[in-house]
Design a binder for this molecule. Structure first.
Ligand SMILES: Cc1cc2nc3c(=O)[nH]c(=O)nc-3n(C[C@H](O)[C@H](O)[C@H](O)COP(=O)(O)O)c2cc1C
Length: 400
């Protein structure tokens, strides 16, 4: 995505440098505009060094970092897929809400047809002032997105609201608002399971597996960014993603109950969780004491969540399962597809340390037409986007 980052004159401007670095690392092209007040807090050199892209400013005499002397504001306004103002002062919010164009950033904001996103940061008194709130409400009516500030101790020493939102949250909001929505997924409810389940032996010990939940979380983000309404049923410890409903669970039984509560309203299911197949037959409420010699642990089957949800589906609901296999993966996947009446199985080859905990992964979709071209190897975020594109195309082509 081509992101134009506007940085205005608030003390949180130093955090914009970190955001610029983060967005660049995520693979976005980043250019920046510093207002005159913004340039008192951080320098163009910081931004050009971190992004590899030019930094523009209000002052035409600022030398080599003023890259394009010809109708700069229009070129920038056209270049951007998304303009993010981080941090946004009360001043720039007021100017943009009222159509003022008195410097490069405010002029670009008026000229651009790209999505605009605001991350305000200011003293609590300023933030709560009706003028600022009315200006933000006006910006929302233009279709602009606002990432509200959080609460905390502010640079001025006051404690309250007005603190710049967390940078990861801002980056997720940028990703969401800057991603084109896919017609076959807009407004569709997608239920996604992710992460490991945990089956307790006693209050201390637990049976689990090596899944982290990263792939399922990236799928949840990718469906969210494509316009779906996502409900994520999540095991494990990874943080819940921004902008969707997360239901945290521990055991397979809890995952089943959470899924059953949401499945009737959903349009589709992506079952990416690594559900434990067995649980201890009689978990102990007290810590089990060690004994000498061999010990036996009696295990029983956990519920088959995917099979149950698939068998209870109503017409029009689609179901995608996952298979993590270390041998004959396509044969196993085809068998799973047929046995559980799925629309697709995404196969992970878990040999050579792929899949669990790995950064990059490959998935082979298997449908009733057999194995489809492999997706990846790609980092998990891009792989999830590829899965969503592939599935949205199939959905768009007609009923599954
Ligand atoms: C030390 C200092 C910190 C400031 N912090 C903020 C701030 O966090 N939020 C804000 O809206 N204004 C803040 N201001 C006021 C703005 O810098 C001022 O309104 C300026 O005109 C904003 O210009 P700009 O919107 O073009 O960047 C601060 C001013 C100073 C001197």
């Amino acid at each position: 995505m081509r992101i134009l980052l506007g940085i205005t004159g608030g003390i949180a401007a130093y955090k914009a440098a970190d955001l610029a670095r983060l967005l660049t690392h995520q693979g976005h092209q980043v250019r920046s505009i510093l207002t005159e007040a913004g340039a008192r807090f951080i320098t163009p050199l910081t931004l050009t060094s971190l992004t590899g892209g030019p930094c523009y400013g209000a002052n035409p005499d600022q030398g080599e970092w003023r890259a394009n002397p010809s109708i700069e504001h229009i070129e920038l306004a056209r270049w951007a897929d998304l303009v993010a103002v981080v941090p946004a002062t009360a001043n720039i919010i007021g100017k943009a809400a009222n159509g003022l164009a008195s410097d490069l950033l405010s002029t670009v904001l008026l000229a651009t047809r790209a999505q605009v996103l605001w991350a305000p940061a200011m003293n609590t008194g300023m933030w709560e002032h009706p003028a600022v709130q009315a200006n933000l409400a006006r910006l929302r009516t233009f279709g602009h997105a606002v990432v509200d500030p959080g609460e905390g101790v502010l640079a001025c020493g006051e404690e309250g609201s007005g603190k710049l939102a967390d940078l990861l949250t801002i980056a997720e909001a940028i990703q969401f608002h800057g991603t084109p929505k896919l017609s076959s997924l807009i407004g569709r409810r997608v239920l996604i399971t992710a992460g490991p389940t945990r089956e307790d032996l006693d209050p201390v010990r637990t049976l689990t597996n090596r899944s982290t939940g990263a792939m399922g979380i990236e799928l949840a983000r990718a469906f969210r960014d494509a316009g779906a309404k996502v409900q994520l049923v999540l095991g494990g410890d990874l943080p819940a993603p921004w902008g969707l409903e997360t239901i945290r669970v521990r055991s397979a039984q809890q995952m089943l109950e959470a899924c059953k509560a949401h499945w009737p309203q959903a349009d589709g299911l992506v079952a990416a969780a690594a559900v434990a197949d067995q649980r201890p037959e009689s978990p102990s409420t007290q810590k089990v004491k060690k004994v000498e010699g061999t010990e036996m642990l009696s295990l029983v089957r956990t519920p088959d969540i995917l099979a149950q949800l698939s068998s209870q589906r109503r017409p029009g609901q689609w179901v995608i399962g996952f298979a993590a296999e270390s041998e004959d993966h396509l044969v196993h996947a085809m068998a799973k597809l047929q046995k559980k009446s799925l629309d697709a199985v995404l196969v992970n080859d878990i040999q050579d340390g792929q899949a669990f905990g790995a950064q990059a992964n490959t998935l082979i979709p298997v449908t009733d037409q057999g194995p489809q071209p492999a997706l990846g190897p790609l980092p998990k975020d891009q792989l999830a986007q590829a899965v969503v594109q592939w599935w949205a195309q199939r959905l768009g082509a007609g009923p599954v």
